[in-house]
Ligand binder design. Structure first.
Ligand code: ZN
Length: 279
């Protein structure tokens, strides 16, 4: 079977994903861009200045990976297409790329926070960890240069103060990763900032999930910060301090957060001093 989708199939998929992106509120006005590889050296991509929810096949642009335009309608390719071209050039396995500004992902990108906590298996296996890379002006050459180091080992990145970018071995996989990313960001926001607690997976659990991911043929995605098994490892690089992760024998949570431990220590110190003064 041919590795590349035919141009009609690719166009239909781009229009469909554009509609879904728009309906899911991942883009506003003319934001976002989508592309699909249709030959070793050729992609089909969305043009500049159109709503992704209301595109027609005639507006799509066919380009070579060096940026040469092979076919286009009335509209030029987006200035952001440079980051798509860089991804395809850096990693021959990439078959589709999506870029959007989903609100929760973009909020994390504005805060400069990577999506890298090991909190649930689906995000880890199919998406992996999502680094937030430094700010570069939209459409500038700085963006493709800044994403280049991540093209092979990761499946998506947050662009600081800008939005989300994902890729995959098919355009559908790239879009699923964009959806997964927004979902992951939303859950991180709920657990981290609204509910205020999360049981981070242990490093053993994370290793097990990475093995499953490899069995599925996914060798990219990085490894999220996991929860150390022993207190001695809590300050290791990549290991999260996870005060809420420990369960006692009955399965209930151990509520000793660092703050309550600190308060307990202060109380003990006060008692020690009072006792000393009285002696
Ligand atoms: Zn953008």
């Amino acid at each position: 079977m041919d590795r590349f989708p035919g141009v009609y199939k690719a166009a239909a998929e781009i229009l469909d994903i554009g509609r879904r992106m728009y309906e899911k509120n991942f883009v506003a006005a003319n934001d976002g861009n989508i592309s699909c590889r249709i030959a070793e050296d050729v992609i089909l991509a969305t043009p500049t200045g159109v709503s992704k929810g209301f595109m027609s096949a005639e507006t799509l642009v066919t380009m070579r990976l060096d940026g040469t335009i092979l076919e286009r309608g009335d509209l030029k390719p987006s200035s952001e297409i440079k980051m798509h071209l860089r991804l395809y050039n850096e990693n021959p396995e990439i078959m589709g790329v999506t870029h959007a500004h989903p609100p929760v992902c973009t909020s994390y990108a504005i805060a400069g926070i990577s999506l890298d906590k090991a909190i649930y298996p689906e995000a880890l296996v199919n998406l992996g960890t999502v680094p937030c890379i430094h700010y570069e002006p939209p459409g500038s050459q700085g963006i493709p240069d800044s994403i280049a180091p991540y093209c092979r080992d990761y499946n998506a990145v947050l662009l600081a103060n800008h939005g989300a970018l994902s890729w995959g071995r098919s355009l559908t996989e790239a879009f699923y990763r964009l959806e997964a990313m927004e979902h992951y960001a939303l859950i991180l926001m709920y657990t981290g900032n609204i509910i205020g607690r999360a049981n981070v997976l242990s490093c053993d659990q994370v290793r097990e999930l990475v093995k499953i991911r490899e069995k599925l043929g996914i060798t990219s995605g990085g490894v999220p910060r996991c929860c150390a098994e022993t207190a001695a490892n809590l300050n290791d690089v990549g290991v999260d301090n996870c005060p809420f992760n420990k369960m006692n024998e009955t399965g209930a949570r151990n509520d000793k957060s660092p703050d309550t431990e600190k308060i307990a220590e202060i109380v003990r110190e006060v008692v020690r001093r009072v006792v000393k003064e009285r002696l």
